[in-house]
Ligand binder design. Structure first.
Ligand code: NDP
Length: 260
């Protein structure tokens, strides 16, 4: 029983570690690999890999959505799929990023949120926050991608003079991942962070300038590691359910939680 994460680039992905660790802990004969898909390859090619399921990462989440025979849950609203199950020749799509994120912040009971960035993950987060009645505001450095948020009824900004404080400030951009940049002007960001309750960066495995700024202002903050683990647990549950394999939730959680 084989699964894989598919993206480009893919060498850095931690998903194989998480899923293989779960297989081992649960005593299930499964294997989870990684697959580098060339950017111009037709997504239908995946059907020939004889996988039972797959996770999809940058830059294929939207194309995965379009290529699925059926899409379930919040993935339909987001228009992006990060989890696929192959079932009797059909490709079924789900999105576990959105709930994986929400599980990280739900205990904070935020009243509102500011999302910096307007890419695929921003869409997933805006969508789940809307569903949970936590109004998101989106700010992006350029206008084009903000168009997609009109259907979510979010306030969107390219240039921004904040009028209200935000409980949650979420960086969904890769700013600071390979450089020392902030995702937006520090003169605007610093007062916003200071007035917030929690700063969340989707980037994981690195203390970004965004998180450093939050730390210097004594704002509670977190990187994206827990979101990564949460979305992997949810995806693993979908994979096993598709194979009619019942699993011990506690063992699954424990195995993924403690490996990274
Ligand atoms: P996308 O490429 O879809 O979107 C990136 C967004 O960030 C765009 O709106 C882009 O603006 C903006 N942006 C890019 N660089 C900068 C910069 N230097 N300064 C300001 N804005 C910038 O990416 P995704 O949404 O798919 O992923 C974003 C990040 O989140 C990645 O680092 C990814 O690894 C991480 N991620 C983490 C997850 C986790 O589980 N922890 C899950 C999913 C993603 P523009 O429109 O102008 O190009």
């Amino acid at each position: 029983m084989q699964f894989a994460v598919i993206g480009n680039p893919i060498a850095h992905s931690l998903s194989p570690i998480l899923h293989n660790c779960a297989f081992k802990a649960l005593g299930i004969a499964g294997f989870y690999g990684r697959y580098l898909l060339e950017k111009d390859t037709s997504f239908y090619f995946l059907r020939s890999l004889h996988l039972k399921g797959a996770n999809i990462t940058v830059p294929f989440k939207e194309i995965a959505f379009q290529s699925c025979d059926e899409v379930f849950g919040v993935a339909r609203e987001i228009g992006a799929v990060n989890t696929i199950v192959f079932d009797k020749g059909k490709m079924l799509g789900y999105n576990t990023d959105a709930l994986g994120f929400y599980q990280c912040v739900e205990s904070l009971n935020p009243k509102n949120a500011l999302i910096i960035g307007a890419g695929g993950s921003a869409k997933a987060i805006a969508c789940i926050l809307n569903t949970k009645r936590i109004p998101p505001t989106i700010i992006n450095r350029s206008a084009a991608r903000l168009e997609a948020f009109k259907s979510f009824e979010c306030a969107t900004f390219e240039n921004f003079t904040p009028k209200i404080p935000y409980d949650l400030i979420i960086n969904t951009t890769p700013a600071g991942l390979t450089d020392s940049s902030l995702p937006m002007d520090s003169a605007v960001l610093a007062p916003l962070l200071k007035a917030s309750k929690f700063a969340f960066d989707l980037v994981y495995g690195k203390q970004t300038p965004f998180l450093n700024l939050a730390k210097s202002l004594n704002v509670t903050h977190s990187d994206g590691k827990q979101m990564l683990i949460n979305q992997a647990i949810l995806a693993f549950e979908i994979f096993m359910e598709s194979q009619n394999i019942s699993i011990n939730q506690e063992t699954l959680r424990h195995s993924m939680q403690n490996i990274l």
